[in-house]
Write a protein that binds this ligand. Structure first.
Ligand SMILES: [Zn+2]
Length: 420
């Protein structure tokens, strides 16, 4: 394929992505506006008219800002690409006469840094204007700067060996390089998952063991009932950044632990928190975490094969403004060019994820013996986090990793009715 054909194909894919995403968001915004009169029936026990109104305005504010950021990001990429930004950075580094591997790593880090800097105003506005207006933001400008700086340094620290390894395999290991690179990336993923709870998360938050009491007893008894072994239950100081609540399982083997946001524990009754954890336990015991890792590894393998094909296309480099072919140019082009294509795979991943959510909900209902604790917990969380109770069905089909709250409650009710 010639350079101009590659460029046209990429621009067409980007345009299609922006148009589809913008249309879905507009549909969702209009649907929300048309259904903002009455609280949906399933939520009336917990959500009053005022909270519902507030949730609708929060959804609207986020949706409108999402549309703005979509246009802003797309426009910057277009300008950067058409003004020869990719090639310009490459030529600057080339003039330094560095070792090709070092050049490659620096190039990817520089491009990553440029796009992160351009994204800073979006992140600032989202945290300090939108989240602030609705009372969610607990972060300070200082903490935000510190987080951003730590994030940048940490990604540079992690990316450097990953990129060096990848470039080495791409350049040195012959036609099967993608297979070696795949094994290398899979191994790193494993190490990363092992180290996440003990090295990386503590850089951003403080973790304290959950104190003795009703909640801990309930969680331990659920673990015992499900024969689920954990290395510890920790409270995380999520409240220092945001009022949004969450819980998750992290690590595996000796580092496997349950993390509860302090905001979750303060918003829910112990029985409800325990039910939320029973749901998380359902994910672990149904092997959802392993299955998700397997899916992402498979996606990485396909990605490497596509990259292998792309590397051999002479017209590709010129399309993105590079004066000469190189491994890092191929990688960066692949990363940018694949994003509009992976976007259209989103509904597939969302569908799989929603299947897992239903299974975990059913598990939690069986383990706690009632759908009520999880239902009440989810309703309370949704009220406090002002979540959208009336998304457009197409929007939720495309983007939602969880079924809508109405769908989850209906499924739990019918599961409980069948069980009795
Ligand atoms: Zn879940």
């Amino acid at each position: 394929m010639t350079s101009s054909l590659f460029l046209m194909a990429f621009l067409a894919a980007m345009l299609l992505y922006v148009v589809v995403e913008a249309s879905l968001s507009v549909l969702n915004l209009r649907y929300g506006a048309a259904h903002s009169e009455h609280v949906p029936t399933f939520a009336r026990s917990h959500v009053d008219a005022d909270s519902f109104m507030k949730a609708c305005s929060y959804t609207r504010a986020r949706g409108q800002f999402g549309l703005f950021s979509l246009g802003y990001g797309g426009l910057f990429l277009l300008i950067f690409l058409l003004c020869g930004g990719f090639g310009f950075v490459d030529n600057r580094l080339f003039s330094l006469g560095l070792n090709p591997y070092l050049h490659g790593v620096l190039y990817v880090l520089c491009v990553g840094l440029i796009f992160s800097v351009v994204d800073l105003p979006i992140s600032l506005y989202s945290t300090f204007v939108i989240e602030e207006r609705f009372g969610f933001n607990k972060s300070t400008l200082w903490l935000w700067c510190l987080d951003t700086l730590k994030g940048v340094l940490l990604s540079a620290l992690i990316m450097t060996p990953v990129l060096l390894g990848l470039f080495w395999f791409m350049g040195q290991s012959g036609r099967w390089w993608w297979l070696y690179a795949f094994v290398f990336l899979a191994f790193l993923q494993f190490v990363f998952m092992l180290l996440m709870p003990i090295w990386i998360l503590p850089l951003f938050n403080k973790f304290t063991p959950l104190p003795e009491g009703d909640l801990k007893d309930r969680i331990l008894s659920l673990c015992e009932k499900a024969s689920y072994r954990i290395a510890g239950i920790f409270l995380m100081d999520g409240s220092k950044r945001s009022a949004h609540a969450n819980a998750f399982f992290t690590g595996f083997g000796a580092t496997k632990r349950i993390i509860l946001f302090d905001t979750l524990v303060s918003q829910l009754a112990p029985a409800e928190t325990a039910a939320v954890l029973a749901h998380e336990m359902g994910h672990a015991l149904h092997g959802h975490i392993k299955k998700s890792v397997a899916v992402s590894l498979f996606a990485a393998l396909v990605g490497l094969l596509v990259l292998d094909w792309l590397m051999a296309q002479p017209g590709l480099y010129g399309a993105f403004g590079f004066s000469r072919p190189s491994l890092h140019a191929a990688l960066v082009i692949f990363l940018f060019a694949s994003s509009p294509f992976t976007y259209f795979l989103t509904p597939l991943f969302s569908m799989l994820s929603r299947r897992f959510e239903y299974q975990a909900d059913r598990f939690a209902c069986s383990l706690t013996g009632t759908p009520d604790d999880l239902t009440n917990g989810l309703l309370r969380l949704s009220k406090n986090s002002l979540s959208n109770l009336t998304p457009h069905p197409w929007y939720s089909f495309f983007h939602y990793s969880h079924p809508t709250l109405g769908e989850r409650i209906a499924a739990m009710e019918s599961f409980a009715a069948k069980g009795e």
